[in-house]
Write a protein that binds this ligand. Structure first.
Ligand code: GLU
Length: 424
């Protein structure tokens, strides 16, 4: 049986992409329209006004969202994004992807996502703190360590998580470490959390190269984005012996066919705020050009829909490991599959972040902290298990890694839902 949602075909709308991936998995699993409708629709959505007193005394009203996509397997879990591109549809899609990600790597959470539509780069630290605290207060009725646990995402960091944790705790009257993850280590954060997403991306990227028979030593790689995910991914790839030939950020891209000195590039970014102007490299004309280099490995680690119907035919990488959420649209997925590009999907490739978020939550709830080696070993174990399960499912069903990953995750969530039954 094949079921499909009647959704408009906007290739770059992440919610359209997420729903079409879900519909495909429901069809493969023969689960029917009821389950499709149930899983296509978030369980809860909250949209809030976030009034902000600016440093100059004026008042501006921002809009924030928190969407809980699914709660069948445990509390809702997912990041908070501060970006001018935040919209309810984007948050819905990202929340759905969190549900699949948590199910795929077998951690006991449903999916959530949140965001405030503003550009934190043009606001002061004080203003960002006020936005964070007011947003947290507004969504507090649905937050909690057993109900919904935020984490960092684009535009937020461990400082923002500290303010969220503090706002929640002050209002509750006691310290609640388990209400957010991605906190600083000084405040109950987990060792290894900061680089966990990158570590997971590199773990599966190396597995995918091996799967393709490509030796890591000297393999050419490019990384789009030099933020929370791309930076450590580039450093770890270089450490593993890969030749990182190009890296980009929102301001531009740098290129060296012999391989960039990534630690030196990281120092340059610390000093100047961008990869642009890194002396030991050539600038690229347009930041996006690195997506189309002749590569063994491409790691899109920035935003959604960068590989889309208009440009997917230009990709010349053997392996794409998705550090970002939703970087490849369904139309691009089809083009890349036809071209024989091995795409390691986001819900597998970037799951390391939420895996170590789960470890942070477990540690906070037990008030007992693990060593960094222990965290990294447990992370690698879960990434490896998920990679093997996805590869086996893809081979068994003769489908892409994305379809396999989504199908496994949807099956896990559907089984939990069916075991609980429909109330009332
Ligand atoms: N924002 C990250 C993601 O998209 C981490 C989420 C979390 O740790 O809850 O996976």
């Amino acid at each position: 049986m094949t079921v499909s949602l009647t959704v408009p075909v906007h290739d770059r709308n992440p919610l359209v992409a997420a729903r079409s991936q879900l519909a495909d998995a429901i069809g493969l699993l023969d689960l029917g329209h009821g389950m499709l409708d149930m899983l296509a629709t978030p369980r809860r959505e909250v949209t809030v006004s976030v009034p902000l007193r600016r440093d100059d005394g004026s008042v501006e009203v921002l809009v924030g969202h928190r969407v809980q996509h699914n709660l069948s397997r445990g509390p809702a879990k997912g990041g908070v994004r501060f970006s001018p591109d935040v919209s309810l549809d984007e948050v819905r899609a990202l929340a759905m992807w969190m549900t699949w990600k948590c199910a795929l790597v077998n951690i006991p959470y449903g999916g959530a996502k949140g965001g405030v539509a503003f550009d934190p780069r043009v606001y002061s630290r004080g203003e960002i703190q006020r936005v964070t605290r007011r947003y947290t207060s507004e969504i507090m009725p649905i937050l909690g360590p057993t109900t919904d646990i935020p984490a960092p995402d684009i535009g937020t960091d461990e400082q923002v998580m500290s303010w969220m944790m503090d706002t929640y705790s002050v209002n509750r009257g006691h310290t609640v470490l388990g209400v957010v993850t991605g906190k600083p280590v000084a405040l109950g954060g987990s060792l290894g959390r900061a680089s966990a997403t990158s570590r997971g991306v590199v773990h599966v990227a190396l597995a995918a190269l091996a799967h393709r028979g490509i030796a890591v030593r000297g393999a050419s790689a490019a990384v789009q984005g030099f933020g929370k995910v791309g930076r450590d991914a580039a450093l770890l790839l270089a450490e593993a012996g890969a030749r990182v030939v190009a890296v980009s950020d929102q301001y531009g891209a740098v290129h060296d066919p012999d391989g960039l000195d990534v630690p030196a590039l990281a120092h340059h970014v610390d000093a100047t705020g961008s990869v642009v102007g890194f002396a030991a490299s050539e600038p690229m004309d347009a930041g996006d050009d690195l997506l189309f280099l002749d590569l063994d490995l491409l790691v899109p680690a920035a935003v959604e829909a960068v590989l889309n119907a208009d440009n997917a035919h230009r990709v010349r990488a053997s392996v794409v490991a998705e550090g970002a959420n939703g970087p490849t649209t369904p139309a691009a997925d089809a083009v890349l599959a036809d071209a024989g590009v091995l795409v390691v999907p986001d819900i597998l490739a970037n799951a390391g972040g939420v895996i170590v978020s789960y470890f942070e939550w477990v540690q906070a709830n037990q008030a007992y902290w693990w060593s960094e080696d222990d965290v990294n070993a447990r992370l690698a174990e879960r990434m490896q298990a998920a990679w093997e399960a996805v590869v086996a499912c893809a081979a068994r069903r003769d489908i892409s890694l994305r379809r396999a990953a989504t199908t496994l995750a949807v099956e896990t969530v559907a089984n939990a839902h069916l075991a609980r039954g429909l109330y009332p």
